[in-house]
Every structure is written in C-alpha cells, then in structure tokens.
Design a protein around this ligand. Structure first.
Ligand code: FE2
Length: 447
C-alpha cells in the first residue's frame, strides 16, 4: 500500500491518494520465505559492505584462512581485518526536524580507532566541506558489533547533500558516497511525498514494495510497526540484517537514501511484551539500538521513547505512538495533550499520529480489547485536536475508514480518517463476508 500525501495550505486541505499495484497476492506462504543469505559464503566471497557475510563466515571457522599472527580472530572466531571497520548497513533515521537535521547510522564489526564521522557537503559543492562526529554503541549478537550514530544539525531546508561515513582516525574503509535530502521548511503549494506502511517482514514482496516506493522519490518513509518481525529476540538479528541490507539496496532514489521513521509494534518486543510493573525499553533491543530519533544522539539508546514528535516542516508533524508494546495507551495521554496543544499553538496545520494496533481494525473484531483500548484512550483526543488523519497497522489489509468523530461516521469536513492496515510485506485474505463494517469506506487484500 502506498499513501501519497499532498498538502495545500492555500485551500487548507490534505489530500491522500491510495496507490495499489493491483496485484493480488496470497500471504499464506509469506512466513515460509526466508532470507536470501545462504550459509555458503566463504571468506573469499565476503563483500566489504555486508556485515552479514562477516558474521556468517565467522561462524565457519577455517584455520587455513586465518592469519596466525592475528590474535584477535581467536577471540571472535573470525578474521579481523581493517575491512571490519568498513561501514555497512548505512541508513538514515528521521530526526526531530527533518528540514534542518539528519541522522546517519552505520555498523561495523570492529570498534573504530576514532569516532564515527560523516563528511558531507551540498550536492553542488566541489567537496565535503562539512563534517560531524557521532557516538557508538556496542551490541552483542553472535559476535560483537558497533552501531554508529551521527546527527547533523543546522542543515539547509529542501537541499540535497552528498556524504560519506567512516572512522575519524582511519582514512581508509569509508563508505561509498550517498546522498540525503532535507524537507521543505514550510509546505505551501508544493507537494510533499512520503510513504507509510507497516508489517514489512523480509520477504521478496517487501523488497518489491521498497523499490516501488522509491520511485515516488519520497522525503521519508514511516513504518508503523512489525518491521523485521524479530520479536525482539537478539538471536534473530539476521532478520534485521536482511531488512537493512534490503533497505540499503532498494529504498534509494538516484543514490539518495530514504530516511526511516520506525514505529513500535508487537513484533518489535519480546513475546509481545506488555509490562506488569515497570516499562522496560530493553524488551525491544533492535528498535532502540538500530535507530535514533533525535540528531542530539542519546548516548544510551534505551533512554529513547517510542512515542515522540517529528517535525517534517513547520506546518506538518508526525507523532509515532506506542499501542502498549512497552508503554500503555493511558500513559501517553499527557504526552499527547501537551504536545498536540503546543503544535496547535504553534500553528502546525497537520498533526498525524501513527501507531501499530488499529483503533478501527480491518481484520479482528471491532470489540477486540487491544483496539478498544486505543479508542478508549486516544480517539477523543483526536477529536479535540482535530486530527484529520491517523495511520494504523497490524491487520495486514488495506483499509480506509470514513471520517469518524465521537465514535460515529460523519461528513467529510469533520473527523479523523484512519488509514492502514499494515500490508507492506504481509497480506491476508479479505474477510470472508466481504461486507464493509460501519466505519469502513474501503478494505482490500490487494497490496
Ligand atoms: Fe502486529
């Protein structure tokens, strides 16, 4: 599913186009698709930008290939060379202010000699005349890995930059040149294109969708939960590796990487974690360590919150929320009241929440408790703050509701339209009866 958003402040309208490739597919076998990486990599097949290959080759210990004078390989189980400081999984995370900031993230299989660094410049400048230093965070899967975050601030709106990323104390082993683009500072009659989806997975269909969405040249993509379906299990890190590898190769437009705005879903947390005593972000290890949400990088990524505000422009804000995967819906009411009121005071025309469990489900029954909670705690706030559009996921169908206000369908000039429901890489058959519910305007199992 694609949603193309046009903002037109002159006419005070927000247009949404649903795009479909009209290709109906059965999802029943999706879970049987497996990642493309095989276990047949030998050391000579290692590609410099593929950390997966390092780790897979590391699991196949071939003493002939290991330099005897390199003691570190004995600890890690694979050959330590300088290429392990070569950035891989180079990708972008949407910052708090997309018109003036960017977050660049890369991984290495070995600790850097210096600090993670990004050298960059406007596309038309002769060289990389700007640079910034970031922070690293060490994670441990089968082997240790370092995730590096570099936040860039003070950027010029609506500008494309070129950049490379690497080790501040190593002139070699830097990434290839890529591009990123800031958004417009204020949306007038210009079109802003962004893509929203959910329930991605690492199947072939997900790659097809990523390529298709890249053709729209979007400023960013918001993924409303259930991204790599790792269930927060650190031994399933290869699913995330595959996702990021797919993303790096497919979510790119003319060498420009497309920033990700991740949203937490039930498959981001261990065993569908819903806390009993204290909220614990450690239950979603990939969600918090693979992404940062603020160009002022958090030293401990687990200090981040899954609910937050991203300013895409001065008049458009998107607010990811947590449908009780870590924090309860109830706990976010103060956050929503405070921030939505402030956004309205600041004349932010469009406020768009995005979250995983749908208030108005297209698959499960209307009365299912997880959806009832979303309606109980949040949809009144959507009415109060005149939210026109909310993005949902989880049901694996394509859905658009009628405008809803006070829990009832209303005319087009009032209420919130709920769009979803998470059919990026996962699909299910349409409901058997095929009859639209009172709140639905459209549902389909067509991606
Ligand atoms: Fe889900």
């Amino acid at each position: 599913m694609f949603l193309e958003i046009e903002t037109n402040t002159k006419n005070k309208e927000l247009k949404v186009k649903l795009q479909s490739n009209n290709e109906e597919k059965d999802n029943s076998n999706n879970n049987n698709h497996q990642t493309k990486n095989s276990d047949t990599h030998s050391k000579t097949e290692i590609e410099l930008n593929d950390l997966n290959s390092f780790q897979k080759s590391g699991s196949v210990s071939n003493e002939k290939d290991i330099e005897q004078n390199d003691s570190e390989h004995k600890k890690s189980g694979f050959r330590v060379t300088s290429v392990q400081r070569t950035p891989c999984h180079l990708y972008l995370s949407v910052p708090k202010n997309l018109s003036s900031e960017m977050i660049i993230i890369f991984h290495t299989a070995k600790e850097l000699k210096g600090k993670p660094q990004v050298k960059f410049g406007e596309n038309n400048s002769p060289d990389y005349n700007l640079n910034n230093i970031g922070q690293s965070y060490e994670v441990s899967y089968d082997n240790n890995r370092w995730i590096h975050y570099v936040g860039l601030t003070g950027l010029t709106p609506n500008t494309e930059y070129k950049f490379i990323a690497g080790d501040s104390k190593d002139n070699k082993n830097w990434s290839k040149e890529k591009n990123f683009r800031t958004s417009r500072s204020y949306l007038t009659d210009d079109q802003l294109t962004f893509v929203v989806g959910a329930d991605v997975n690492v199947v072939d269909e997900s790659i097809e969708m990523a390529k298709m969405m890249s053709n729209y040249d979007p400023d960013f993509v918001a993924i409303g939960g259930d991204i790599a379906l790792s269930n927060g299990n650190k031994y399933c890190y290869r699913k995330w590796d595959q996702f990021l590898d797919n993303w790096h190769n497919s979510a790119v437009h003319n060498n420009r990487l497309i920033p990700i705005m991740p949203v937490i879903g039930n498959h981001e947390v261990m065993e569908g974690y819903r806390y009993k005593t204290e909220p614990d972000t450690k239950k979603a290890p990939f969600f918090f360590t693979l992404f940062q949400q603020d160009a002022n990088i958090k030293k401990d990524p687990f200090d981040q919150k899954p609910y937050r505000v991203h300013h895409i422009s001065e008049n458009l804000a998107i607010t990811p929320l947590d449908t009780h995967h870590i924090y309860t819906e109830n706990e976010q009411i103060d956050f929503m009241n405070d921030n939505y009121q402030k956004l309205r005071d600041d004349n932010v025309k469009h406020i768009i929440p995005i979250y995983h469990i749908p208030a108005y489900p297209s698959d499960k029954e209307y009365s299912v408790s997880s959806s009832t909670r979303v309606r109980t705690f949040w949809t009144d706030l959507f009415d109060i703050y005149k939210i026109k559009l909310a993005f949902e996921g989880h049901s694996h169908l394509l859905k658009k509701t009628k405008p809803l206000y006070g829990g009832k369908a209303v005319d087009q000039n009032k209420g919130t339209i709920f769009l979803g429901d998470g059919a990026w890489g996962r699909l299910r058959d349409s409901r058997e009866d095929g009859v639209l519910r009172w709140y639905e305007e459209y549902i389909s199992s067509t991606r």
